[in-house]
Design a protein around this ligand. Structure first.
Ligand SMILES: NC(=O)c1ccc[n+]([C@@H]2O[C@H](COP(=O)([O-])OP(=O)(O)OC[C@H]3O[C@@H](n4cnc5c(N)ncnc54)[C@H](OP(=O)(O)O)[C@@H]3O)[C@@H](O)[C@H]2O)c1
Length: 340
């Protein structure tokens, strides 16, 4: 068995930088590593594990000697390169939405449905950031029978990439200075505002982002079509970290204290829930760290066997880069790459 040869596609982007950092933190065991971008950033330098690497332009031939590609370069780039990578015997762990709902593509949250990785045919998809944090919360609660799920998200601008982060800063500075500002990344001004639209609208009135939460949740947790799921996704003027208000109706009766106990012991979750002393997770608690924080666990007043809770997580880590690198480690451990 040889160690895998790895590439990070989109290494100069917000998620790619985080993947690079976490690849080091989690001590991914590789033979060699490449950092790839578009022609725009090719030639720039990245320091990784004390060594300076030159970022290379992604072209098909560059994947000739790569076994595992961790990709965060947008859907069209993934669609362009995934077939080239697979054709050459490599595999891609993709952050974009390009392949998530394809039948032969495992959609994986490491620690939730690792077994699905065994079904991969060269492409593994990383779920949408809002779905990812939710899965770690729902997996241990699935045993009570999920009957209905309503999710409202409050998503930070980093979910829309580097340009969106810069737009929040520039828009805020302009508004504070009383100057006009032309927003480009968002359909409405993002400073001091909340925008009830993420991604384009679908025919059913939901946005694509909302439907990603609905469809990806069903696929990852293997839930039947009978489970009713609805989502409203909003963009908020926060740099980093997504928050979600979650209402779950279960088949079985379960108390808030039971849910709290289960989540306290669940993989990847930290419970902060002492409202009497104002202890509950806020978005800032999640910045730059790995857990999905859960609080405000209470009986839902609208459902018979219902629970409401609040969860926050770092969208760039568990929502994207951390899960990608964790999947990469699982693929290595399980020997699921060429040369393993
Ligand atoms: N941000 C999040 O929270 C989040 C969460 C989950 C999934 N995602 C997904 O991850 C992907 C990247 O998001 P991001 O936020 O990191 O975006 P970003 O900051 O805009 O970075 C995009 C990266 O892709 C590279 N790239 C663009 N076109 C390319 C091409 N034709 N060939 C090779 N590389 C190309 C860019 O290289 P240059 O520097 O050369 O332009 C850059 O490295 C998207 O698909 C997004 O939906 C993001």
């Amino acid at each position: 068995m040889r160690k895998p040869r790895i590439a990070i596609l989109g290494a100069t982007g917000v998620v790619g930088r985080e993947i690079t950092k976490i690849t080091d933190e989690l001590k991914v065991d590789f033979e060699n590593i490449k950092f790839l971008s578009s022609a725009k950033s090719a030639g720039s330098k990245i320091t990784f594990q004390g060594r300076e690497y030159t970022v290379e332009e992604a072209v098909p031939e560059i994947f000739n000697d790569v076994d595992i590609v961790m990709a965060s370069a947008g859907g069209s780039t993934s669609k362009l390169f995934a077939p080239e990578i697979v054709k050459r015997g490599g595999m891609i762990i993709d952050n974009s939405s390009a392949f998530r709902m394809e039948k032969d593509v495992p959609l994986v949250i490491a620690g939730v449905n690792d077994e699905d990785l065994k079904l991969h045919k060269g492409i593994v998809a990383n779920p949408n950031c809002s779905t990812s944090q939710l899965m770690l919360v729902l997996e241990p609660l699935k045993k009570f029978g999920i009957k209905r799920l309503i999710v409202s998200t409050y998503q930070s601008v980093s979910g829309a990439g580097l340009a969106a982060i810069n737009e929040l800063t520039a828009d805020t500075e302009a508004r504070l200075a009383g100057k006009s500002f032309e927003n480009k990344c968002f359909k409405k001004p993002i400073s001091f505002n909340i925008i009830p639209q993420i991604d384009d609208f679908c025919d059913n009135g939901y946005t694509k982002e909302e439907m990603k939460v609905v469809n990806e949740t069903r696929k990852i947790l293997h839930l039947s079509e009978n489970v009713k799921i609805s989502c409203t996704a909003a963009r908020v003027p926060v740099y980093r970290g997504h928050s979600e208000a979650v209402d779950i109706e279960f088949d079985k009766t379960v108390s808030p204290s039971e849910i709290k106990e289960i989540l306290k012991n669940a993989y990847g979750i930290t419970v902060i829930d002492n409202p009497e002393v104002f202890e509950y997770p806020t978005t800032r608690d999640a910045e730059g760290v790995d857990p999905v924080f859960v609080g405000r666990i209470r009986k839902n007043l609208a459902f018979d066997n219902g629970i409401s809770l609040w969860c926050v997580a770092d969208n760039l880590r568990i929502g994207a880069a951390l899960n990608t690198v964790r999947i990469c480690k699982k693929v290595i451990e399980m020997g699921l790459y060429r040369g393993a």
